[in-house]
Design a protein around this ligand. Structure first.
Ligand SMILES: O=C[C@H](O)[C@H](O)[C@H](O)COP(=O)(O)O
Length: 213
């Protein structure tokens, strides 16, 4: 079961990685919400944030933190985000909140990725949490069939439209022994926008509550 106290501790602990003058990449979700709250106390000491979702953008703006365009900022020094699962190599499943594609873009643009989680997210093997995949709507069935060929059970997250206007398929039943190989394989399929596996680009630091993993 997830632990709100550990999420808050992790969100607040991540603040120690924020340097004066920084532009901070900001993820999405309930753990990141604690980070955004804490970041507001530093808003006069940073240039602003690059956001990974409309939800985080609204939260940042509400607290008076400038939201900047990644095309204008160039590379970022720091990205802070939560996860749905994290293995011992800091490889992640993300996308429970459907924000995976923009999260992946901001993570890729950032030098350091700090992942903030509670202890319920720690696993030895990724895959108990259904793997979210963002797909172009017309490719939903095509991708569903490709997933079945690979032994997964695809479930359309009916009614959910991502910030990019696409759909989400959650894949149940995969025990992900080689996350890099699966990520690379799925990335080849036309119609997949992004896979919620962060294995090619794992986190650099994982905070479980206020403790470095
Ligand atoms: O799409 C959502 C994101 O990947 C979140 O970072 C992830 O689902 C974890 O969210 P939470 O901190 O609410 O558990």
């Amino acid at each position: 079961m997830s632990n709100a106290n550990e999420k808050r501790q992790a969100g607040e602990a991540a603040i120690r990685y924020v340097e004066d003058g920084a532009i901070v990449g900001v993820g999405t979700g309930s753990t990141v919400a604690y980070f955004i709250d804490a970041l507001a106390d530093l808003k006069d000491r940073i240039q602003g944030a690059v956001s990974s979702s409309e939800q985080s953008t609204a939260h940042l703006k509400r607290l008076g933190i400038p939201v900047l365009d990644l095309n204008a900022t160039g590379p970022l020094s720091l990205y802070v985000d939560g996860a749905d699962e994290c293995d011992t190599h800091k490889r992640l499943i993300k996308g429970g909140g459907a924000a995976l594609t923009r999260e992946k873009i901001v993570a890729e643009a950032s030098e350091k990725f700090i992942c903030i989680i509670d202890s319920s997210k720690q696993v030895d093997l990724l895959g108990k949490f259904p793997l979210p995949i963002e797909v172009i709507p017309m490719a939903r069935s095509l991708i569903g069939r490709e997933i079945v060929k690979r032994g997964g059970q695809p479930v359309w997250r009916d009614g959910v439209v991502t910030d990019n206007g696409n759909w989400i398929i959650d894949v149940h039943g995969w025990q992900i022994v080689d996350p890099v190989a699966l990520e690379n394989d799925l990335n080849q399929l036309p119609g997949i926008v992004a896979v919620g596996l962060f294995a090619r680009r794992p986190a650099d630091v994982v905070l479980v509550g206020d403790r470095v993993m």
